[in-house]
Ligand binder design. Structure first.
Ligand SMILES: [Zn+2]
Length: 448
């Protein structure tokens, strides 16, 4: 049973066990906690404000960071721009193929959440992809639209009549890929950047030079690439950890080095092969990246990209950095992407999975019932969600009594204790919580 009535009057005062609360039967005994709004913490332990050296005169919000964090902090921009690539890298996930209608719907939803930039597709794939990109452009969304291209004449020409704002011209920058994929030299890469960036600009497009496999590139060569890109007129460089082999400390060093060399926008493109896409994205932000790539749920090549929901919430709560994105309606987008991609969200997926705000353990449930903040790291209402309690092997008598109260039955402690034994045997055998009817049967068996 789940209470899905966020406007319930008891929400305001934090009452979580009102007998008048509407009861909704459900496959498992799940009952939502209607939580009081936690007071905003104001723990500015540092008086320092960081200022954006790349955008003179723009003040940065004070950050809530520990002393240690401050020591390693380079610069936090006041606003990080999220360039979501669910519709490009997300769709590159093996076996995923969005229809035009699905792409349009996802684009509308991302835009409605306030995602400022969308990478919407690969024009070189052909007429159908181009028409879909144009259809997204015709929506006249607030989000800036970006197309992904290999840095090649043919690919760039396919962008010519699309009403997009920017093109990501991707070119390998590691010796591995330059030599063994392209069969070219570093010098060829530099000359192509010098040649292709102005061509794209002549087509009225802003340019991001995408450094494919940047994580395996020689750092000094990469610095040269970025300087050449800036001089050629690119406004952005994308640092792609294409094969997902970085960890946050090395990301920090690499981005900080580039940041010290150039003024153009730096964008982090992380992959999750070692489960560090979000951590690497945050490290890039700390080192001075101005833009980051995300996808809904982290959908993307192999292990995927940095999840939109994780990056937005982490930047907001861990770094106090604004992305302008509100996630109250994220659940609808989450379902939409899961359905369209055929990739269901894992039960324990952070922030998005069914289990992300679900509690069973007696100690935790007891603590939550006393004060939700006892076990709340993230307020689920920020994602349009609520805490849920389920009955299971680790439930305590208080949870059980609370659940039965919603069934209209008042258990005393002795009854609850005996039913708890029954509950533990049931969940161990059936690997699920009992349904309402089964709970009633436990009670009837007890009372005879
Ligand atoms: Zn990628």
């Amino acid at each position: 049973m789940v209470h899905k009535n966020p406007a319930h009057p008891y929400q305001a005062c934090g009452e979580i066990s009102s007998p008048t609360r509407p009861y909704v039967g459900f496959a498992t005994i799940v009952y939502a906690l209607l939580l009081p709004v936690a007071p905003q913490s104001n723990q500015h332990r540092l008086s320092n404000c960081f200022f954006n050296k790349y955008n003179a005169g723009t003040a940065l919000a004070p950050v809530t960071l520990t002393e240690q964090n401050m020591i390693t902090m380079q610069v936090l921009k006041d606003k990080i721009i999220i360039d979501d690539t669910t519709l490009r890298d997300g769709e590159q996930s093996a076996g995923v193929a969005f229809s035009r209608e699905e792409k349009l719907a996802i684009a509308i939803h991302l835009d409605a959440l306030g995602v400022p930039e969308l990478e919407v597709g690969i024009p070189a794939m052909g007429r159908e992809e181009q028409e879909t990109i144009q259809a997204i452009a015709d929506l006249d969304l607030d989000a800036r639209l970006i197309a992904w291209c290999r840095m090649a004449d043919y690919d760039l020409q396919q962008c010519r009549y699309l009403n997009i704002d920017m093109v990501d011209l991707s070119i390998p920058v590691s010796d591995q890929q330059i030599r063994h994929k392209l069969g070219h030299s570093r010098q060829w890469v530099l000359s192509e950047i010098k040649r292709q960036v102005p061509l794209a600009q002549d087509m009225g497009l802003e340019v991001c030079v995408g450094g494919e496999d940047a994580s395996r590139a020689d750092p000094d060569f990469l610095a040269e690439v970025v300087e050449i890109a800036q001089r050629a007129g690119a406004r952005r460089f994308r640092f792609a950890d294409t094969v997902g082999i970085m960890e946050p400390f090395s990301v920090y060093e690499r981005i900080q080095y580039l940041r010290s060399m150039v003024d153009l926008e730096l964008e982090m493109h992380a992959h999750d092969d070692f489960g560090m896409a979000t951590a690497n994205t945050l490290a890039a932000v700390r080192a001075g990246a101005s833009h980051v790539n995300t996808t809904v749920h982290g959908l993307g090549e192999r292990a995927g990209n940095a999840p939109l929901e994780e990056v937005v919430m982490s930047l907001k709560h861990l770094y106090h950095v604004n992305t302008g994105i509100e996630l109250q309606n994220f659940s609808a987008l989450s379902k939409q992407v899961a359905d369209a991609s055929g990739r269901p969200v894992g039960w324990q997926k952070s922030l998005a999975g069914d289990g992300a705000f679900t509690h069973e353990a007696g100690i935790h449930v007891d603590g939550l019932l006393k004060d939700p903040r006892n076990y709340q790291g993230v307020d689920p209402s920020e994602l349009g969600r609520q805490h849920s309690l389920v009955l299971g092997k680790h439930s305590g008598t208080r949870s059980l009594m609370h659940a039965y109260k919603h069934l209209g039955m008042d258990l005393n402690r002795q009854q609850a204790s005996r039913i708890l034994d029954r509950l533990r045997k049931f969940t161990t055998r059936f690997k699920r919580s009992p349904e309402d009817g089964e709970l009633r049967r436990f009670y009837e068996e007890l009372t005879g």
